[in-house]
Design a binder for this molecule. Sequence first.
Ligand code: AMP
Ligand code: MG
Length: 491
Amino acid sequence: MSTNPFNNRYHDLGPGFYQSIKPTPVQSPELIIYNQELATALGLDETVLNSSANTAVFSGNQLPNGGEPLAMAYSGHQFGHFNPNLGDGRAILLGQIHDPQGRLLDIHLKGTGQTAFSRNGDGRAALGPVLREYLVSEAMAKLGIPTTRALAAVTTGEEVARDQLLPGGIITRVASSFVRIGTFEHFLARNDMDSIKRLADYVIEHHYPQTKQAENPYLDLLDVVVEGQASLIAQWMQLGFIHGVMNTDNMSITCETIDYGPCAFMDHYAHNRVYSSIDHHGRYAYNNQPNIGLWNLSRFAECLLHLIDDNQDSAVEVAQHRLEAYISIYQKHWLSGMRNKLGLSTEQSEDKQLAEDLLDLMARDQVDFTLTFYYLSLLDKDASNDDSLLALFDDAASITAWLDQWRQRLNKEASQDVERQHRMHAINPVYIPRNHLIESAIRAAEDQGDYSVFHTLHEVLQNPFELQPGKEIYMQPPQPDEVVHQTFCGT
Ligand code: AMP
Ligand code: MG
């Protein structure tokens, strides 16, 4: 697959960090999709596109030289409860590469068979969740959100038993790192402080080398992860994205969106929207995501305490202080992002209220999140073309009053319509991976072996900010009978 040699620095950390294991071969793999653009950007060889060699690598049937495949050990808090025994139960770190910019990247296969961490699971993935992760993670990348990337997806030619027998699939994903908050917790739970230090040093060395210069690199590590998670979650909020299962084992230490399970983009807005079938109490509801970010970071801080200061009281005090900064850092990211969404290029004290008022009106009338901001981006300073936006709302008077406020606010800055609309269109997408569209792509693939629906949707999502002629259907919210009310983790 590669002219870019595989290696594996994670392997150097030693046996307590992983199980050395190869993927279990599958019967008759077939390539569904290969991400040529990403492969090129990563310096992976292009000449074998769609060839049997690629299919063999992306199904785990053939190993790249030097990868030293392994299943990573981790633990984690799932819905607030600590589980000491998680780990890659159905995934394998195939190896690492350095991209042309010299960044170390993890190449992971998901759905590769049992490992020491599989517990009662079969180690496999069904095709549906593989297609779902491919579509959503690549859409996230094109929307500009830090995320794992999808490099390839294959069918295995084997069936997996869930509620029913389903076709099996394997996804190849690429991340800066698959180290999670839960990886640190794994060693804290075992009182293995030496391994926490080795892990922290590994993360600093490969992902945050700038923190090495700091007076207290481990405190700096906490700071950069606090900053990165606050920024990431603010970006989710600005696109109506609900991760769905923000357990600490699904939170990346390099602050990318990882582990796409029951995630969803919101259609009709509600502050506390939940899609995941297993999130019974709304712990991971849309508006709870920022709080959960802090909760998860607090678990991370606990793992670093002994590295921050020998005196535990002092360590707690200083870590507490850094965690408290999260709220204002998050607010800062959220507000600057919302200003951008509203087309504001200066800061005024009323901006937060203006943004919140719009969300309240959207909630009251259950208006589509994405279309609201897209139509807003089309409006001029005079009210000559408000109709498309007004039509989304039941209560025309309230949104008209809000638009008056918005225009008064716009008049406080010098921007021109065309320039402002241009800015707004660059961040308010036309297309998101809507749940009902993903569902229809999966249905066609699973039920009829027809991948054209998947490919067309994927193609549209490559350019989420550009109106594409003939693709109007992809920007529309679901019809009442198409609404997806629940999403599943598909494990
Ligand atoms: P996830 O819901 O994907 O974040 O997975 C949570 C934990 O369950 C991880 O340790 C996974 O490796 C494990 N897991 C999920 N599905 C399977 C499966 N089919 N076989 C083995 N382990 C699994
Ligand atoms: Mg996970």
